[in-house]
Design a protein around this ligand. Structure first.
Ligand SMILES: CC(=O)N[C@H]1[C@@H](OP(=O)(O)OP(=O)(O)OC[C@H]2O[C@@H](n3ccc(=O)[nH]c3=O)[C@H](O)[C@@H]2O)O[C@H](CO)[C@@H](O)[C@@H]1O[C@H](C)C(=O)N[C@@H](C)C(=O)N[C@H](CCC(=O)O)C(=O)O
Ligand SMILES: Nc1ncnc2c1ncn2[C@@H]1O[C@H](COP(=O)(O)OP(=O)(O)OP(=O)(O)O)[C@@H](O)[C@H]1O
Ligand SMILES: N[C@H](CCC[C@H](N)C(=O)O)C(=O)O
Ligand SMILES: [Mg+2]
Length: 487
């Protein structure tokens, strides 16, 4: 039996009306999910205010209401609890409700603009291969050891996080790796969790629709490290200019990693080929199937994290050489006609530069690079001209197309992109709204030894247009067209 008083343990209460010594069934922050004897947490959202649904929740059977402002009219027999921050209260209550599941495993959070999915997924793989039971909370999927669940967010809401952590406890999971997005931190989705460690990958332009300024975006990321406990480690990439800022006010033990500057963990790129990277980590050579300079950072972060979690150096190096690439991250195929197609989730300007520079550092002058790229609707509009500028500067030919237009006009998104193309690059560009047609055209334009990059959607298996999701898989589509084109 769950008693409200116990679930409110450690929540800062401003006011209580009614008894907290009552048995409750479960917690929810969406009135539509409320059933008899539940607690409803009213949250002020980006679209509506959950406080407007308090009476709907009571009609559906809620016994208690957690809110930031008490309603003017209170209903008899209902317990009302006023808190400063409903999101924080929800996170602490969720942890209490599921018996503080993060205390029973080693939880590592990875944050940064790019690389979170790559680092967490590869850490999951590495620890699985080392023989442990492992959990993963990522953009692509949730894994409770071997059992897979569909991911809805990069960092789910706090109730969902704790629900999965509880399942991990029940499955005997020892280590869990999770992506910590800036939205997640800002909405206190990770509040109240006990982290064993935090990892910072890098910071570049993204989500400036939500966070308004880059400084605010940076400070939100930093607040994740500020919240780590003394027992934890904070590991940061100090080649990134914001790397040291992340560590400024943390109580955790501080560690750094870098390829260029001085750091606790150091690596060097010895070879960078389409088949993989040869690295020297802490003086030992290791070969990995991961491709591109940026993956050298990811691999070093993985090495350092595994070491900080207690694995042996030699064992970690062996496990790194066995890692397989992550779906939709520099995933490539070579057709019978020797055309290389690469599918990559680069959906930020920085990720796109990294991927294009990696390809350019490997390809020869006789091999053309044809890039197919779009930008998502209902997301940071300032990314659009930047990504188009980068794609047209660094490719032989570019086809602008749709990503997930969501509620926006696909044509208008492409027009926003085109504004970033320098006059001298216009002749390199084409715009084809239909992504399938854009991929087909790229395949038709490509000749033997050319490279096609399809950026932005990576592992996604749908395209969202006007609120509807249609089946769409960049990798399958390009594979199919390249097969059809075989002479
Ligand atoms: C912009 C954003 O982050 N929105 C998240 C937020 O929703 P919101 O603030 O818009 O909610 P709202 O619709 O205004 O509703 C406010 C409250 O009223 C409640 N409500 C609403 C209607 C009703 O009838 N009854 C009711 O009780 C809602 O349940 C909610 O509690 O809180 C919801 C619950 O946790 C999230 O599902 C939702 O994610 C939306 C779907 C989303 O697209 N989020 C993206 C931007 C996101 O979070 N992305 C990051 C990754 C970004 C990255 O790094 O790439 C992620 O971690 O996934
Ligand atoms: N360390 C890195 N530095 C810069 N770019 C990277 C790095 N790792 C991956 N990338 C690029 O960014 C893209 C996204 O990588 P990944 O999915 O690992 O990032 P993410 O942080 O999880 O993104 P999201 O915020 O969408 O969850 C990759 O497809 C690749 O192009
Ligand atoms: N987590 C990111 C993913 C963007 C992926 C891109 N394909 C898009 O749809 O914009 C976001 O929600 O902004
Ligand atoms: Mg991710």
């Amino acid at each position: 039996m769950n008693v409200l008083k116990d679930i409110l343990y450690k929540v800062n209460l401003n006011a209580v009306v009614g008894s907290t010594n009552i048995a409750i069934n479960s917690i929810d922050f969406d009135s539509r999910n409320i059933a008899n004897n539940d607690v409803f947490v009213a949250i002020r959202g980006t679209v509506v205010d959950g406080h407007n649904y308090i009476n709907v929740a009571i009609d559906k059977g809620a016994l208690a209401i957690i809110c930031e402002t008490l309603p003017a009219k209170l209903v008899d027999g209902i317990t009302y609890v006023e808190v400063d921050n409903s999101n924080k209260a929800l996170a602490i209550m969720s942890s209490n409700y599921f018996d503080a599941p993060s205390d029973n495993l080693k939880l590592v959070g990875v944050t940064g603009t790019n690389g979170k999915t790559t680092v967490t997924t590869l850490l999951y793989q590495l620890f699985k291969n080392a023989g442990y039971k492992v959990g993963l909370l990522s953009t692509v999927k949730v894994l409770v050891d071997d059992v897979e669940y569909k991911a809805t967010h990069t960092t789910p809401d706090s109730l969902t996080i704790n629900k999965y952590l509880k399942l991990m406890n029940e499955a005997g999971v020892e280590f869990c790796f999770m992506e910590v997005s800036s939205h997640g931190i800002h909405q206190s989705r990770t509040e109240g969790l006990r982290f064993e460690g935090g990892v910072f990958t890098n910071l570049s332009h993204d989500h400036l629709d939500y966070h308004k300024t880059f400084a605010e975006y940076r400070d939100v990321k930093k607040s994740f490290f500020d919240g780590l406990g003394k027992h934890a480690f904070a590991l940061s990439n100090t080649d990134d200019k914001n790397g040291l800022i992340m560590l400024q006010n943390t109580n955790a033990k501080k560690y750094t990693y870098a390829l260029k500057g001085y750091a606790d963990y150091k690596a060097q790129i010895l070879e960078n080929e389409f088949s993989g990277l040869l690295l020297s980590i802490e003086g030992s050579e290791v070969w990995t199937r991961l491709i591109g300079n940026f993956n050298a950072y990811n691999v070093l972060a993985i090495y350092a994290t595994a070491e900080l979690l207690g694995l042996e150096k030699v064992e970690i190096l062996r496990l790194i050489s066995e890692l397989k690439s992550v779906s939709g991250r520099f995933q490539y195929l070579v057709s019978d006609e020797k055309i290389t197609a690469i599918v990559d989730y680069a959906h930020t300007p920085d990720a796109l530069i990294n991927v294009l520079e990696t390809i350019n550092s490997i390809r020869t002058k006789n091999e053309s690079l044809i890039t197919v790229v779009g930008c998502g609707g209902d997301r940071d509009k300032t990314k659009r001209p930047k990504m188009a500028h980068i794609a047209s500067e660094l490719s032989t030919k570019v086809i602008f197309t749709s990503d997930n237009p969501r509620s926006e006009s696909p044509e208008a998104i492409i027009e926003d992109m085109e504004k970033g193309v320098e006059p001298q690059n216009f002749k390199k560009t084409l715009s084809i709204v239909d992504r399938k047609q854009a991929i087909k055209t790229a395949c038709q334009l490509a000749e033997a030894n050319d490279i096609i990059l399809i950026a932005g959607k990576g592992h996604e298996t749908y395209q969202e247009i006007k609120g509807e999701r249609f089946d769409f898989d960049d990798y399958k589509i390009v594979q199919e067209f390249l097969k059809q084109l075989q002479k």
